[in-house]
Write a protein that binds this ligand. Structure first.
Ligand SMILES: Cc1cc2nc3c(=O)[nH]c(=O)nc-3n(C[C@H](O)[C@H](O)[C@H](O)COP(=O)(O)O)c2cc1C
Length: 193
């Protein structure tokens, strides 16, 4: 399991690299005492500086309802140890239960927006402020946001780069193939200049 003490801030100009390779993520949200978490396979960076991202969040989800109210959310990037949890929070709605309590998820408040961020079992997180774009939200369920804080586990993300190797396999990101099947990130390979 990840130790929260291994998390270090990520410079905002490197935040896009956290989701550049298309990991399945956990979208967390909170409105006062109500908090929620869902899985999302469809997210991507759209700008380096300021760091902006896009994530598809279906308009029928409870997550979308909370984000519409607060204009804030967080993205947590689960490692292979959280594959079952990722599938579970993507298969039930927070309208019906508190998934944090139900799944025993330990979260802390993010430093800028106070969104729930998860470090145990995750390799990174990003706090995000919604950039309201009514058309893309309504027509394509695509929500744009600016990343205002980010952190990553230094055992797997160092100096702005993922370092996936056999020594940190539990922190490798997971990628949804569909139907509850996932593949984990493999070892890092470097292209020649
Ligand atoms: C692996 C996985 C990936 C998913 N990816 C997305 C996604 O990219 N966008 C989306 O809107 N829903 C996605 N879902 C479905 C939501 O996670 C699901 O509707 C969830 O129950 C919504 O929870 P909520 O109502 O508590 O917000 C995914 C589900 C799984 C299991």
């Amino acid at each position: 399991m990840t130790n929260s003490s291994d998390f270090r801030p990520v410079a905002l100009e490197h935040a896009s690299r956290l989701i550049n390779h298309g990991p399945t993520v956990l979208v967390t949200s909170a409105d006062g005492s109500r908090r929620n978490i869902m899985a999302a396979a469809w997210s991507m960076p759209v700008e380096f500086t300021p760091p902006r991202i896009a994530v598809v969040i279906d308009k029928h989800t409870y997550t979308r309802e909370l984000i519409a109210k607060t204009g804030t959310f967080a993205i947590c990037i689960p490692g292979t140890a959280l594959v079952d949890l990722t599938y579970a929070v993507g298969s039930a709605s927070g309208r019906d239960l508190d998934k944090f309590a139900h799944c025993g998820i330990d979260a802390k408040a993010g430093p800028v927006l106070g969104m729930p961020v998860i470090e145990g079992g995750c390799s990174a997180w990003l706090e995000c402020r919604l950039i309201p774009e009514r058309h893309t939200e309504d027509a394509y369920d695509t929500c744009f946001a600016e990343v205002v804080a980010a952190a990553a586990d230094a055992r797997v993300f160092v100096n702005g780069h993922w370092t996936f190797d056999s020594g940190n396999a539990a922190l490798h990101t997971i990628h949804h193939l569909g139907g509850g099947n996932f593949v984990s990130a493999g070892n890092t390979i470097r292209a020649r200049a």
